[in-house]
Design a protein around this ligand. Structure first.
Ligand code: ATP
Ligand code: MN
Length: 465
């Protein structure tokens, strides 16, 4: 008896070892009952479903049963039996119950069901105990695992790019400064500016906005690499698609041109969709029922579709000829807005779209310039609902072309000398892309706000937990 090991709810619900003694531990979701019997729905996070515990009232101390309320943590020893009730196949006939922790019904915030997602954001420390966040967190884990699996199976090496960076040339957005200087009395230069040479690193440093530049250094040695880490953008955009701290996956491949890059992006995304259908169906079915009844069909459709490939210029033509009323005008040279991206994906092609060859003015300095002198080999992958899910490009590997663009944009050479070095020594064609992890999780969960797919969202004016 002493050696009885804890079984997980996920395993017990599959088990048909009726008559066997088991030990289960978890948190009470509901308790109901009558004078003879108490029914406790117990969840331990291993699966969306609860296991039913049946306790004969006369068998237990009355005070103990009273203290077992929604939210309390208990351990139950009992016999696994076939359930006669509806909605479950097994249940546990309790022999003994140990109460680990009570949850006062008067003050426990999750005492009742049916809280709004907005309210749950205010109790981010407790929301993992809801069905919704259990499902989201399990899916998030499975996606992270599937990403590492995909790259490992395809011969990619995981590179850890730094989180603190001394370069602010990435150009992907406003940065958060990292400093140990006293904010009240920082050392000053003779000109009265903050003297960062006295700061911890002897220079200005920030949190990274992307691991791409470092991934390129890795690719030009190991051929196939990827980064998967946190990135930070101090953009003051309060949208359902932007976080100040988010995770990004950035594969970078030597000897890949833009077409190889698109092949990889398409294969990778389809693999992830299939993986989640194969491994998280219970959670997907729950989310499909509660939040988005087209979710599972949409995931299956991605797997079976062929992504449409076209240039930015062709997309502009389609958008102009569409006869649609746009909030933002469509003109060659301006960035596509979510409404345009979604029109292409949801209305025009009815499948994911990969757009290439963007005007160079709206893309980053490192993208490979086309011969027309106007466009660069950028790549955006557009999905239904989400719009842009991936941004990438073939990189400019030609030293002179890259330097010219860097000068045109006024980027100080001293900030990117090490990046330029890769084009001076053994440069080679290469490509890569960035997939926003939370944008991916938004898509595969059917949730509509990015704050609900990361455990502790960081957004303007919000870093409580
Ligand atoms: P957007 O136009 O949506 O603001 P971006 O063009 O600035 O994105 P990139 O610099 O291309 O984004 O970053 C690569 C990917 O990272 C994007 O395709 C997106 O999936 C994700 N991403 C970018 N910014 C954010 C953010 N603030 N929060 C969450 N994900 C983001
Ligand atoms: Mn982008």
């Amino acid at each position: 008896m002493e050696h009885l090991r804890r079984s997980k709810v996920v395993d017990l619900l599959q088990s048909r070892d009726f008559g066997k003694e088991v030990l289960v531990k978890g948190w009470v979701r509901t308790k109901r009952g009558n004078k003879q019997l108490n029914f406790i729905a117990l969840n331990d996070g291993s699966v969306i479903h609860h296991i039913q515990i049946v306790a004969e009232v006369t068998h237990f101390d009355e005070e103990l049963l009273k203290k077992i309320t929604t939210g309390s943590a208990i351990a139950v020893k009992g016999i696994l039996v076939e359930s006669m009730g509806q909605g479950q196949q097994v249940e546990i006939q309790a022999r003994s119950i140990e109460l680990y922790g009570t949850a006062d019904p008067e003050t426990y915030p999750l005492q009742k069901k049916g809280h709004t997602l907005e309210f749950l954001r205010e109790i981010a420390h407790l929301r993992p105990r809801t069905n919704t966040f259990g499902a989201v967190l399990r899916i998030r884990h499975s996606m992270a695992y599937a990403i590492h699996k995909y790259f490992n199976d395809h011969g990619f090496y995981y590179i850890h790019s730094p989180i603190i960076t001394g370069s602010d040339a990435e150009g992907a957005g406003a940065m958060f400064r990292v400093t140990t200087l006293d904010p009240k009395t920082p050392p000053l230069t003779p000109e009265g500016k903050v003297n960062y040479s006295e700061d911890f690193f002897g220079k200005e440093t920030n949190l990274t906005v992307s691991g791409q530049l470092e991934a390129e250094l890795g690719a030009l040695a190991l051929s196939l690499v990827y980064t998967f880490g946190p990135t930070f953008r101090a953009e003051n955009s309060n949208t359902p698609r932007h976080l100040a701290e988010f995770w990004m996956i950035e594969p970078e491949m030597a000897f890949y041109d833009i077409h190889d890059n698109m092949d990889l992006a398409e294969d990778f995304l389809k693999f992830l969709m299939q993986y989640i259908l194969d491994h998280c169906l219970d959670d997907l079915e729950f989310l499909n029922r509660m939040y988005d009844n087209e979710l599972i069909d949409r995931l299956k459709h991605i797997v079976s579709s062929t992504f449409e490939r076209l240039t930015y210029t062709e997309a502009i033509k389609i958008l102009k000829a569409s006869g649609q009323q746009w909030e933002f005008p469509v003109d060659w040279g301006s960035d596509l807005q979510a409404e345009h991206e979604r029109y292409l994906v949801e209305k025009h092609f009815k499948c994911p779209v990969m757009l290439t060859d963007y005007p160079k003015e709206i893309k980053a300095f490192y993208m490979k310039q086309n011969e027309d002198g106007k466009t660069v080999r950028g790549l955006d992958v557009l999905f239904p609902r989400t719009g842009e899910i991936i941004g990438g490009s073939q990189r400019e590997e030609n030293y002179d072309q890259l330097l010219q663009r860097i000068n045109e944009l006024g980027i100080p050479e001293k900030d990117v000398w090490w990046y330029l070095d890769t084009r001076r020594f053994g440069t080679a064609p290469h490509s890569g892309f960035g997939l926003g992890f939370e944008r991916l999780i938004l898509f595969v969960t059917g949730m509509s706000n990015i704050r609900d797919v990361i455990p502790f969202p960081r957004t303007p004016k919000n870093a409580e937990f």
